[in-house]
Design a protein around this ligand. Structure first.
Ligand code: NAD
Length: 419
């Protein structure tokens, strides 16, 4: 009997079983490694602009506390539930361990479509959520960050609410804040920059060049848009982009700066072009050198994995590929070079870690220093995954997750079981 359920949680469980089998972890150690340490559910009432009162459900899951505080994003989405948040927290643990960060994984969320809220309502809900979480979080307990549906502004409200409660500024309670309120240079772009950097490393291995290559990016939010810009700067042609409103494809390349202008003005891709519109389901199946799913989970499935026509699959989103699809991608290992999510999108939490360190020390770095340190950690993790995959003849995902799970397991074993 468990409170954790749902398709995304089931995915995280199946992946863990694969890794636990690969690492020959005994049955009696598995639950301790896999199940979240804490899961908190809160009701967040707010006044809507029309005077009515509405209650939204919020969650926070802290996966393990073995390596330090927990760390993870906060998702505002219509579909989010405790199972999804738990899966995302578990993936964060393997990701942090792979990158060598002193954190366990966490994740939080509110079941709400943020597009249905006014700015005032969004602020009220963000503040109420943090207020409800105050007994459970702290700069040395659990540190929040942005994720789907949240941004720098929401993080600033979280930080302010926590700080007002403490009676002094506690910038290190959240990361992904605006630079003006204790955020770090480079955080907003970190995930996308990291993805583009790793795509370049993958291309080097394949003896290909990013310059002149064709890229498709699914999801045009923080991660997707920065990845597209960063690949474009490296000379790639962005031939496809999409968001929840529309998908565009142009084999000659889409003018990314015009797309950015459009999104800055309208908030979504819709309305950019009638001519380039295609069926969103089709986008990831189009011919390209790099495919970056940067939106939601479970978009690469057993139904479409054999139809992908990319050379490199860089998973910007968390959990975009189902375990069934993984079996197919495994057979296509020589055709498709996978950069698995816990490696590909680790740039976000790595620079969040830098932000936390800077806030704790009240000593701030420039963007060049942030990026240099970011790329150093990504390079090390990338090489570890490649070496492990070659040594054990396993997929890049299995290699990456095995390194992460093994680190958490070793730490748990060394610390022992209290009492
Ligand atoms: P975001 O809210 O800024 O953007 C999400 C984008 O996905 C939006 O453009 C939205 O329209 C689009 N989208 C939603 N449903 C879609 C669909 N069905 N098809 C196509 N597009 C769709 O969120 P984000 O922060 O960019 O996060 C995107 C993904 O990256 C999530 O899986 C998140 O967990 C992961 N991630 C984010 C960070 C970060 O630093 N923000 C770090 C690591 C991983």
């Amino acid at each position: 009997m468990t409170i954790y359920s749902g398709p995304v949680f089931e995915m995280a469980r199946q992946q863990f079983v694969t890794i636990a089998d690969h690492l020959q972890i005994p049955d009696d150690e598995r639950d301790r490694l896999f199940y979240p340490k804490r899961a908190i559910t809160v009701s967040c009432p707010i006044h809507r602009d029309d005077g009515s009162t509405v209650v939204y459900q919020g969650y926070r899951v802290q996966h393990h506390l073995t390596l330090g505080p927990t760390k993870g994003g906060t998702r505002f989405s219509r579909d989010v539930d405790i199972g999804e948040v738990s899966a995302l927290a578990i993936w964060m643990s393997w990701k942090c361990a792979l990158a060598g960060l002193p954190y366990g994984g966490a994740k939080g969320g509110i079941t709400v479509d943020p597009n249905t809220l006014s700015i005032r309502e969004l602020e009220a809900l963000s503040r109420r959520y943090m207020q409800e979480m105050i007994p459970f979080v702290g700069p040395h307990t659990d540190i929040m960050a942005p994720d789907m549906g949240t941004n720098e502004q929401v993080m600033a409200w979280f930080m302010d609410t926590y700080s007002v409660h403490q009676g002094h500024t506690v910038a290190e309670i959240v990361t992904g804040k605006p630079v003006a309120t204790g955020g770090t240079e480079g955080r907003r772009e970190a995930t996308g920059h990291g993805i583009a950097y790793l795509v370049e490393r993958a291309f080097e291995r394949l003896k290909m060049r990013v310059s002149g290559s064709k890229a498709i990016v699914q999801g045009y939010g923080n991660v997707g848009s920065v990845t597209a810009q960063s690949l474009h700067k490296r000379g790639a042609r962005i031939v496809g982009v999409s968001d929840h409103t529309v998908a565009y494809y142009d084999p000659n390349g889409i003018d990314i700066s015009m797309v950015d202008e459009h999104v800055a003005r309208h908030g979504v891709l819709k309305g950019f072009s009638e001519q380039l519109k295609i069926d969103p389901e089709d986008l990831i199946l189009r011919d390209c050198d790099v495919l970056v799913p940067a939106a939601i989970e479970r978009v690469i499935t057993a139904k479409n994995a054999d139809k992908l026509k990319c050379r490199v699959l860089a998973e910007g989103a968390n959990g975009p590929t189902t375990p069934d699809a993984d079996l197919i991608l495994d057979q296509r290992r020589d055709e498709i070079f996978l950069i698995p999510d816990i490696l590909a999108n680790a740039g976000g939490v790595i620079v969040s870690y830098f932000e936390w360190v800077q806030d704790l020390q009240q000593f701030f770095w420039g963007e060049a220093e942030v990026n240099e340190k970011l790329y150093g950690i990504l390079e090390r993790a990338f090489n570890q995954v490649m070496n492990r995959a070659e040594r054990d003849r396993v997929s890049h995902r299995t290699a990456a997750m095995a390194i992460g799970v093994e680190k958490v397991r070793n730490a748990k074993r060394t610390r022992g079981l209290f009492p």
